[in-house]
Write a protein of this length. Structure first.
Length: 316
């Protein structure tokens, strides 16, 4: 048997305990299901003694930033107030690991730490939605994505919470095949596994850190008209603003046109229905405002890389 892959998790003070559990548990379960160790891991902190997560639980670690072992992946996992915990020794340790060629990733707000280290300019990165606005302001050269995780570039990242489990299942599938990843997700009772194209879905006000009444109402109108979509001009008329004003609002706060955002909303609704109900592809197409199953299938595949029927078949 080949040597287990070694993952190292560098925990920053006030890290997310949920994200940490969602990172380690899929690896443990993969070993359990496989019957042999496919993964092993180390847990580190800056001081090498202990680290406290955001819920107050204290975690004893295996070592500090001067003890980073040779590993297959190094993940930086931070949580709230991460800006207060980005220190010169921490950044120095990460830069040394980069120079050694260690693959580095980020979980929850960890992309902020990697960006501070200067790693992410020109790269895609995911971060928890709560930090989107401030992250874009602080690091304009980073290609921030609204996806639950980003895994195609040099530095992989997950937006935190259960998105961390999605990333780990993606890596397990990449390393050891689809069947093992499915078995692990089944053991976790986690059936709605998301791929990298899935967006973080939270309340409009929380996601954008703002209280723009027109934008909030526009999205409520979209949510109320998913089955029979209306045009941006009709939405703008209902709001009493011009179509150009509406487009500017969506561009500023959501980095998308009204038309694109509405389509993404409909596709995300369709995906949830495919994953969580027994409804037919035709019924779901109608429920999400697509005139024909054929059109629905083409748009869905262009967005998710898989047809609706293939999505349903994966669950059978």
């Amino acid at each position: 048997m080949s040597k287990p892959q070694h993952f190292t998790f560098l925990l920053v003070e006030e890290f997310s305990h949920l994200a940490f559990s969602c990172a380690v548990e899929p690896l443990r379960i993969a070993n359990l299901v496989n019957g042999d160790d496919l993964y092993e891991w180390s847990i580190l902190s800056e001081n090498g003694e202990r680290v406290t997560c955001s819920n107050g639980i204290v975690t004893v670690v295996d070592g500090g930033i001067s003890d980073i072992p040779k590993c297959d992946r190094l993940f930086v996992l931070s949580g709230i107030n991460m800006r207060n915990h980005v220190t010169r020794p921490l950044l120095g340790a990460l830069r040394r690991q980069k120079a050694l060629g260690t693959p580095i990733g980020a979980l929850c707000s960890g992309s902020w730490v990697l960006a501070e280290a200067g790693f992410l300019d020109g790269c895609e990165a995911a971060i928890h939605w709560e930090y989107h606005d401030s992250f874009m302001e602080a690091f304009p050269k980073v290609k921030l994505v609204r996806s639950v995780f980003a895994a195609d570039g040099k530095y992989i990242s997950a937006s935190g919470g259960t998105a961390t489990a999605d990333l780990m299942l993606h890596l397990i599938e990449q390393d050891h095949g689809h069947d093992l990843a499915v078995s692990v997700s089944d053991q976790m009772v986690y059936n709605a596994v998301r791929n990298a194209t899935a967006e973080q879905r939270v309340s409009l006000q929380s996601r954008n850190g703002m209280r723009n009444a027109h934008l909030a109402k526009a999205i409520r109108i979209m949510e109320q008209n998913i089955e029979a979509p209306i045009s941006p001009s009709e939405i703008a008329a209902e709001l009493g603003i011009s179509t150009r004003q509406l487009e500017r609002l969506f561009g500023k706060f959501l980095n998308a046109s009204p038309k694109k955002y509405f389509m993404e909303m409909r596709l995300e609704r369709a995906r949830k229905l495919l994953l969580q109900t027994e409804a037919s592809v035709t019924d779901i197409a109608i429920a999400c405002g697509f005139e024909t199953p054929g059109h629905f299938s083409r748009v869905y595949r262009a967005n998710f890389g898989i047809t609706p029927q293939m999505q349903k078949n994966k669950l059978d």
